[in-house]
Design a protein around this ligand. Structure first.
Ligand SMILES: NC(=O)c1ccc[n+]([C@@H]2O[C@H](COP(=O)([O-])OP(=O)(O)OC[C@H]3O[C@@H](n4cnc5c(N)ncnc54)[C@H](O)[C@@H]3O)[C@@H](O)[C@H]2O)c1
Length: 252
């Protein structure tokens, strides 16, 4: 039995993950952590301030964190202190926060950290890499759309797209939306849409003379991210203590 604690337990992702873990015959949902009060599929949800005591009492195998960047850093440090493996789906980390996370995790606990846990997006990233490799002289534009409550922009998935493009094309300037007089050079345009209940759309346009290629992904239900995170939780237990990506879980 893989024992799981969900942090961000009462959020959109946390409740999806709680349901999947609760129904999994090989997993045990031992509780949740949030700043709000509630329960997660009949298990206790404790305040974030009590995370250390909770982890040391419940001794879970894995903590799955889908919260907000600042909170996630503290939760990751607590899991590392308590020898609990990690799945981190939270996005919006600053470079300094990423360094803090790496220092807490490396050599202490195994952690799968990914801006997107869906299988489809991990394949989409591969396709983007391949297209960029072949289309270095095309103009590139990245567009993403999410629901009205999303806190960070551009999305973590879009930032991963930009990292892939930087690796393949060399570091190009980013134009975050355009307004007024603009002259296109070799920058990458980045466009963010927020509205309604859009689960997550990403597209990368490669525009050349007389043709365009668009690589895109659309998530219809956040269960797709939750399923991926739970798959990663099964995979991470017992691994070497370092940071992994979803591509390691999927063997890509
Ligand atoms: N990697 C992926 O595949 C993926 C997919 C979807 C969302 N996300 C990311 O996951 C995060 C959460 O998204 P969401 O839509 O579920 O947000 P949400 O706002 O619905 O849920 C976040 C939850 O975290 C709780 N929280 C705040 N501070 C906390 C703390 N210190 N400890 C524990 N819980 C705390 C909030 O009360 C809330 O219940 C965001 O960063 C989002 O970008 C990642």
């Amino acid at each position: 039995m893989v024992k799981v604690v969900v942090s961000g337990a009462l959020g959109r992702m946390g409740t999806n993950i709680g349901r999947i873990v609760d129904e999994a015959p090989d997993m045990e949902l031992v509780g949740g952590i949030d700043v709000r009060e509630g329960t997660l599929f009949k298990t206790e949800v404790v305040p974030a301030a009590k995370i250390d005591a909770f982890l040391s009492e419940k001794k879970p195998d894995v903590l799955i964190d889908f919260t907000v960047a600042g909170a996630a850093v503290e939760n990751i440090k607590a899991a590392a202190r308590n020898g609990v493996a990690l799945i981190v789906g939270t996005t919006g980390f600053s470079p300094e926060q990423r360094e803090t996370i790496a220092a807490a995790v490396e050599g202490n606990v195994p952690a799968v950290i990914s801006s997107n846990f869906s299988v489809g997006v991990n394949i989409f990233w591969k396709l983007v890499r391949e297209a960029a490799r072949e289309l270095g002289d095309y103009d590139v534009e990245v567009t993403e759309a999410h629901h009205r409550y999303k806190k960070d922009a551009p999305s973590g998935t879009a930032k991963t797209i930009l990292e892939i493009l930087d690796r393949e094309l060399g570091s190009r300037e980013k134009a975050y939306g355009r307004v007024g007089e603009t002259e296109r050079k070799d920058e990458i345009g980045v466009h963010v849409i927020r509205g309604g209940d859009i689960v997550g759309d990403h597209s990368v346009l490669f525009a050349g003379n007389f043709e365009c290629i668009e690589v895109s992904h659309r998530a219809y239900d956040r269960a797709v991210f939750a399923q991926g995170a739970v798959r990663a939780a099964r995979w991470v237990v017992g691994r070497e203590p370092r940071i992994y990506g979803m591509q390691d879980v999927l063997g890509l």
